[in-house]
Design a protein around this ligand. Structure first.
Ligand code: ADP
Ligand code: MG
Length: 240
């Protein structure tokens, strides 16, 4: 089992990341400039060119938004939530996109509440990132299994199991490194954001994968029980 990313911690100071972001957005900016210049000289940009320009702008926007999640010191509100509903909300959010790609979500949730102390929006971001990766790994469709259980009563265990292309060993080792992606439209920032948020929740993430078979992402979070229930459920805490 491969555990994510002690190594990336060294690489992820905001300054280094900023340099990476600058580098990553220079390419789409160059493309945009090229087309605008062509328009100025020849007045001949067509539909295809404007489509490319829009998608390059979208890419810049995506990189900058993911960077901001990492770079902004955020005042966050930790509350006790039943993670079954948090994950349920994310599934509904992504359901129609999944349908479009012939992907079916199959959820196996514990029948009793699984409470965690969390900043719910951040936790949703984690589930969105992991589910999107699972969906993107299955271009021909298939099933994504989501299981939500408790381990020893002390931990909430969330597993996302896909039937996608899988990840070769040499790639598995690099996951979570900023800008590491094998996708044409990827930013390679999603897993890093995910890992950061999970650490901020005192949780863990592991990724197991077999090429041609699929990938299992396991996230564990400390569970809130009667015994360890925090007194002040609205503690403000900064993740930065
Ligand atoms: P991005 O999705 O923008 O590429 P991420 O940080 O989310 O960036 O993921 C980094 C890389 O990890 C992906 O490009 C992909 O190669 C690999 N990866 C992550 N999740 C999966 C998965 N479920 N199946 C296959 N590969 C995955
Ligand atoms: Mg991703």
């Amino acid at each position: 089992m491969e555990e994510l990313l002690r190594r990336s911690e060294k690489l992820t100071t905001v300054g280094q990341l900023a340099a990476g972001v600058a580098h990553e957005i220079r390419n789409p900016l160059t493309t945009l400039r090229g087309f605008l210049q062509m328009q100025q000289r020849t007045k001949s940009i067509n539909q295809m060119h404007t489509d490319i320009m829009l998608s390059e702008l979208d890419r810049i926007n995506l990189i900058v938004s993911e960077f901001l999640i990492l770079a902004k010191p955020q005042a966050v509100l930790f509350e006790i939530k039943d993670v079954r509903f948090t994950l349920g909300d994310v599934i509904s959010l992504l359901d129609s996109e999944a349908h479009l790609h012939n992907i079916e979500f199959q959820a196996h949730f514990s029948s009793s509440p699984i409470l965690v102390h969390c900043e719910e929006n951040q936790l949703k971001q984690v589930f969105i990132n992991v589910l999107k990766n699972a969906m993107e790994a299955m271009p021909y469709g298939g099933k994504i299994t989501l299981s939500l259980t408790e381990d020893n009563g002390r931990e909430a265990v969330i597993q996302v199991i896909d039937e996608g292309e899988g990840i070769p060993k040499e790639r598995l080792e690099r996951l979570g490194e900023p800008f590491y992606t094998n996708k044409e439209k990827g930013t390679g920032l999603g897993l890093m954001v995910t890992q950061r948020i999970i650490e901020g929740h005192k949780g863990k993430m592991t990724i197991d994968s077999e090429v041609g078979k699929g990938t299992v992402v396991t996230i564990t979070l400390p569970r809130v029980t009667e015994i360890n229930k925090p007194e002040d459920v609205t503690t403000k805490k900064s993740l930065a």
